[in-house]
Design a protein around this ligand. Structure first.
Ligand SMILES: Nc1ncnc2c1ncn2[C@@H]1O[C@H](COP(=O)(O)OP(=O)(O)O)[C@@H](O)[C@H]1O
Ligand SMILES: Nc1ccn([C@@H]2O[C@H](COP(=O)(O)OP(=O)(O)O)[C@@H](O)[C@H]2O)c(=O)n1
Length: 232
């Protein structure tokens, strides 16, 4: 049966609001939402807990063989929890210990191949919103809608600080700023699928937009692309 469902790929720098929009969109459209960054965070958590030396190729490959990641829809939060080998790790993956190492782990070729293969499988039936760094460029190069998000760095730092401070009152603005700067740098300069705006991605700067305004903007784009698909 023909479907008007599309794939929405949202990429951009850390803490712009990618996941926020992606979750809102998925609820509004009745689509699945996949947070690809959560997968890299879960892999990093496994490496940290098990003392995996991620500079050692054989250790990385062996560890990936022992990692099983699943997303389970949570009726209360209306979004998916992420499970690492049957443990819900949605909270521990947000820890600064993970944030400090995730970009180094995500730069490893074998790690990316492992995660991208699963991400591609999840998008087979369309009707999916996925956010990350390489979704429009590598995971779904044929996505009907690609959004590339940016926001003023100082705005991003304060957004992430506010979020992390709610669960960790000891966190400092400097710590958050340093982590964002470092990850943005590693993510956009790595050899394997670096973060960049795909040539057919629409740019969204939400520095001074509310959550409602940014959602309205993207919903407008989704309508255009879904209509174009229905007419094709
Ligand atoms: N338009 C906005 N205005 C203010 N805060 C926002 C806005 N969009 C998202 N946020 C907040 O900014 C933080 C980072 O958003 P998030 O969606 O996690 O970003 P990303 O997925 O790009 O890292 C979250 O705490 C989120 O609630
Ligand atoms: N598609 C993706 C998604 C995330 N990542 C990596 O995973 C890290 C964490 O992603 P995230 O989306 O949870 O990060 P935030 O933007 O939410 O802070 C990023 O800094 C990247 O290093 C990636 O390489 N490719």
């Amino acid at each position: 049966m023909a479907t008007n469902k599309i794939i929405v790929a949202i990429d951009g720098f850390s803490s712009c609001g990618k996941s926020t929009i992606a979750k809102q969109l998925a609820v509004r459209l009745g689509y699945a939402y996949i947070d690809s960054g959560a997968m890299y965070r879960a892999i990093t958590l496994y490496f940290l807990r098990n003392g995996v030396n991620y500079n050692n190729h054989d250790e990385v490959v062996a560890a990936l063989n022992d990692i099983h990641i699943t997303f389970v829809f949570n009726e209360d939060s209306k979004t998916s929890d992420i499970y690492l080998n049957d443990e819900d790790v949605s909270l521990p993956i947000r820890d600064m210990l993970v944030a400090d190492k995730v970009s180094q782990v995500a730069a490893i070729k074998e790690v990316r191949h492992f995660a991208v293969a699963q991400q591609k499988r999840l998008g087979r039936k369309k009707g999916i919103v996925m956010d990350g760094r390489d979704i429009g460029s590598v995971v779904f190069p044929d996505a009907e809608l690609k959004v590339f998000m940016v926001a003023d760095p100082a705005v991003r730092v304060m957004r992430r600080f506010k979020e992390m401070h709610a669960t960790n009152p000891h966190i400092t603005i400097d710590e958050v700023r340093h982590n964002l700067e470092l990850r943005d740098y590693i993510d956009s300069t790595r050899e394997e699928s670096p973060l960049h705006q795909a040539k057919d991605a629409l740019l969204l700067d939400n520095s001074s937009m509310t959550r409602e305004e940014q959602l309205d903007k993207v919903i407008g784009w989704v309508k255009e692309r879904s209509m174009a698909r229905a007419q094709a």
